[in-house]
Every structure is written in structure tokens, then in C-alpha cells.
Design a protein around this ligand. Structure first.
Ligand code: SF4
Ligand code: SF4
Length: 107
């Protein structure tokens, strides 16, 4: 999805669908996905039910300076939580600007 002007394709995280399973980060050949999460107890369980936790996403970022736009993360996500966005975006010009924070940790 590269263009002669240097703009690049874009991948969007559909945050509500993401379970923080880490599969995309593990399968990415360039390790450009950063993902942090924490476990929270599931409330409203029936009485006597075993305690359960669910993962809550704290951070999801892609480093566009490393991404090859191979689409493996999109293909491998079992929850369809990543998708191509049908537009090109201009790259940032600093290493910080190339890391796109899609979900940020609370400050
Ligand atoms: S498109 Fe490829 S290189 Fe880019 S984040 Fe996804 S798996 Fe990694
Ligand atoms: S593979 Fe999909 S569900 Fe799992 S962490 Fe990545 S985006 Fe989220």
C-alpha cells in the first residue's frame, strides 16, 4: 500500500472487538505492534459461579516505521478487531510520530 509520495496504508483497531489476546503482536513478522492489558474481575456472576477475569486493553500501538503492510495481523486476528482503512495517510517525520497510539494508557 505504499505510494510514490511516501504515504502509507492504514490499519484500524476496532477496540470493542479486541480481547487483548496478543495473537496479532505475536504473529507480526516485524514485532511492530505494542500491546498492554490488565485483567479485571467479571462482575454480575450468578451466585456460586467461579470467579472470572477478562482482559482490558491499556495500550495498542503500531510502529509504522517497521510495518510492512503485510496484513498478517488482520488475517490472524480471531475476533476481526483489525481492518484496513481504505485511505493513505502521510507518514510522520519523527520516530515518535511514526508510532500510532490507537489505545493509550490512562494518564
Ligand atoms: S501489517 Fe504486517 S508488519 Fe504491519 S502490523 Fe500487521 S503484521 Fe505487522
Ligand atoms: S489479535 Fe485481534 S483480538 Fe487479539 S490482541 Fe490483536 S487485535 Fe486484539
Amino acid at each position: 500500500m505504499s505510494s510514490p509520495e511516501g504515504s502509507h496504508g492504514w490499519i484500524r483497531l476496532i477496540e470493542p472487538a479486541c480481547t487483548s489476546c496478543m495473537i496479532c503482536a505475536r504473529e507480526c513478522p516485524t514485532w511492530c505492534i505494542s500491546l498492554d492489558s490488565h485483567a479485571e474481575p467479571v462482575g454480575d456472576l450468578p451466585s456460586g459461579a467461579r470467579e472470572r477475569t477478562r482482559n482490558v486493553l491499556d495500550r495498542f500501538a503500531i510502529d509504522w516505521s517497521l510495518c510492512m503492510y503485510c496484513g498478517i495481523c488482520i488475517e490472524e486476528c480471531p475476533y476481526d478487531a483489525l481492518e484496513w482503512v481504505g485511505e493513505l495517510t502521510q507518514p510522520g517525520f519523527t520516530s515518535e510520530a511514526l508510532v500510532e497510539e490507537m489505545v493509550r494508557p490512562p494518564s
